[in-house]
Design a protein around this ligand. Structure first.
Ligand SMILES: [Zn+2]
Length: 283
């Protein structure tokens, strides 16, 4: 209730900002507008604040590179399997072109970056999904890279941390995409049987085949504030059950209250929290 009032107030306060004139005065590339509250933020200040809006706490999406830089000890990240790229086994219309243009635009070869690193001196295997790459949908390469990362965690006896952000399975790869759900889950089960630790960090948005497989299988399932997490989206569910869903449906806070998550952690505290968990399990 209190939260509703707060949000409405913010909307009123910033609805008229910026004016058309103010918009023209904002130098290109220097400022960004918060998607949630509309506040105009200095890009440099926003970056210093780990890309969290200083006014409303909205967590802007991060690239895989930004996330890795934020979480691991400087200079410790060694990337795995960088060169693997997707094929187009179904000859799906425009898929090959889309892969190529996305590679050019993002400088990534696929939607997940994996490797090993240290956090506060503790060794880990880490994977980070990047939603700029076809909504970080899971095709055969995403599934393969995650599976190999888990296998490395098993062999090297390191904890595995995965930051998910995904629209779900990659429809352009059909069944080959769906089978990655089983493959990654089986690898995690192997890690579990060997006594390994898996920390899943769900970031905005995590949906579909990703939330229904590895992202929900953490020994710890952690999310960033207000991240939307679910299987099907709100509209699909509302149309199916012909009922209105609560406003906070599928938010991290909603999932926490319904037992689907272990904790919701602000970005500024995330590295420290991960280090604490790693430390507990290391000893
Ligand atoms: Zn904001």
């Amino acid at each position: 209730m209190l939260k509703d009032l707060f949000n409405k107030k913010q909307k009123r306060k910033y609805a008229t900002i910026p004016s058309e004139q103010a918009k023209k005065d904002i130098p290109e590339g220097l400022m960004v507008k918060c998607k949630q509250c509309g506040t105009i933020l200095y890009k440099k200040e926003l970056e210093k604040n780990l890309k969290v809006c200083a006014n409303c706490g909205y967590h802007f999406p991060l690239t895989a590179g930004e996330r890795i830089q934020m979480i691991v000890d400087e200079g410790t990240f060694v990337e795995y399997d960088k060169a693997i790229t997707s094929k187009d086994p179904l000859e799906f219309p425009e898929y090959q072109e889309r892969l190529e243009s996305t590679m050019d635009k993002t400088g990534l070869n696929e939607a997940v970056v994996t490797g090993e690193a240290q956090i506060e001196g503790l060794p880990v295997v880490i994977g980070v999904m990047d939603s700029r790459f076809i909504m970080a949908s899971m095709g055969s390469v995403v599934g393969e890279k995650i599976t190999r990362a888990i296998e490395s965690a098993i062999v090297n006896k390191r904890p595995f941390i995965l930051f998910s952000a995904s629209g779900g399975a990659r429809m352009q790869e059909g069944i080959l995409s769906l089978m990655q759900m089983g493959k990654t889950s089986a690898a995690l089960s192997q890690l579990d049987r060997q006594g390994g630790l898996f920390i899943s960090v769900l970031t905005h948005p995590t949906y579909g085949g990703v939330s229904a497989s590895f992202a929900s299988l953490g020994d710890y399932n952690i999310a960033e504030p207000q991240a939307l997490i679910g299987f099907a989206g709100r509209r699909v569910i509302e149309q199916t059950i012909r009922q209105k869903l609560p406003d906070d449906f599928q938010t991290a806070e909603f999932q926490l209250n319904h037992g689907q998550l272990d904790m919701v952690v602000k970005r500024a505290l995330l590295r420290e929290r991960l280090a604490t968990i790693l430390d507990i399990h290391a000893s």
